[in-house]
Design a protein around this ligand. Structure first.
Ligand SMILES: NC(=O)c1ccc[n+]([C@@H]2O[C@H](COP(=O)([O-])OP(=O)(O)OC[C@H]3O[C@@H](n4cnc5c(N)ncnc54)[C@H](OP(=O)(O)O)[C@@H]3O)[C@@H](O)[C@H]2O)c1
Length: 256
């Protein structure tokens, strides 16, 4: 797919991968629109990237998605690409009773219902375009559960499943459906997990790989260590699951 002269909407564009996507896609000559919940972060991003367009919008709120659709398509009728990037990752100890029934599923609303609702809202519009694309940001953790983040993993494997089905249902349209499965990378989302910085891929490299992948029409993009995780999840699924289960011991010990 040609990645110049597109009009691209990115959810969650004020930090991490979303911000990198915005930077690199503007540089390539695209019109870029970003969303986020926090007005201050949107203003800061505008200062950092004068070419970017911003809308305050919460992807977990269906009404906000409807309003976003109206505003974006009115102001940017050439919109032909949607990047579902906004996401949240929490460490959740399932023994902790402070995670009540109202908050336990928060990541589902943002990471899974959010992209599904965005596609539902924008799909008829994208279908009117000669060339269009949807990119869903899942995760290497869509391939193997990460038990300290049980709800997060469930959302990402759910989004991967949805993305595959979407691609099949859109096979007779001009919309390409991409999935980006990033490895652990240094962004504000992962920084709170206190991981060894040497094991993290730089966010700009993840997004450079994503853009290269889309330019080559690779529908599933596995940057850096995600390639190895993909391979191991098929070759040695029990081994890799055991490795990713190790941090649970630390979490359970913390609770005692
Ligand atoms: N970093 C990694 O290692 C890694 C690995 C694999 C996959 N991913 C995935 O990559 C995506 C981006 O993550 P990141 O690491 O770049 O995270 P990040 O730096 O925390 O950025 C998240 C962005 O999403 C926005 N956001 C969060 N909740 C939102 C909501 N409800 N509505 C609209 N915007 C929202 C945030 O802005 P506001 O807070 O202002 O809304 C921010 O702009 C996520 O889907 C994540 O699961 C990350």
């Amino acid at each position: 797919m040609k990645l110049t002269n597109n009009t691209i909407l990115i959810t969650g564009g004020t930090s991490g991968f979303g911000l990198e996507f915005a930077k690199q896609l503007i540089k390539l000559g695209n019109t870029v629109i970003i969303t986020g919940r926090n007005e201050v972060k949107l203003e800061q991003t505008k200062k950092l990237l004068p070419g970017v367009h911003t809308f305050q919008s919460d992807v977990s709120d269906p009404k906000a998605i409807e309003v976003l659709f109206e505003k974006v398509t009115q102001q940017f009728p050439a919109l032909n690409m949607l990047i579902n990037n906004a996401g949240e990752m929490r460490k959740i100890n399932l023994h902790d009773t402070s995670n009540d029934v109202n908050t336990i599923t928060r990541e589902i609303e943002i990471n899974l219902s959010g992209p599904i609702r965005m596609v539902q809202e924008f799909l008829p519009y994208l279908k009117t375009k000669k060339t269009a694309a949807i990119l869903n940001v899942t995760s290497g953790l869509a391939l193997v559960p990460f038990p300290v983040s049980p709800v997060y993993g469930a959302t990402k494997s759910g989004l991967r499943s949805y993305t595959k089905s979407l691609r099949v249902q859109l096979k007779n349209t001009d919309i390409k459906v991409f999935e980006l499965l990033p490895p652990a990378a240094s962004t504000p989302l992962i920084d709170k997990f206190n991981m060894d910085s040497k094991s993290l891929m730089a966010a700009d490299n993840v997004i450079a790989a994503a853009i290269k992948g889309m330019q080559k029409d690779k529908l599933e993009i596995y940057p850096g260590m995600a390639k190895i995780l993909h391979f191991l999840s098929r070759l040695a699924p029990r081994f890799i699951f055991a490795q990713l289960s190790k941090p649970v011991d630390v979490m359970l010990a913390e609770k005692k």
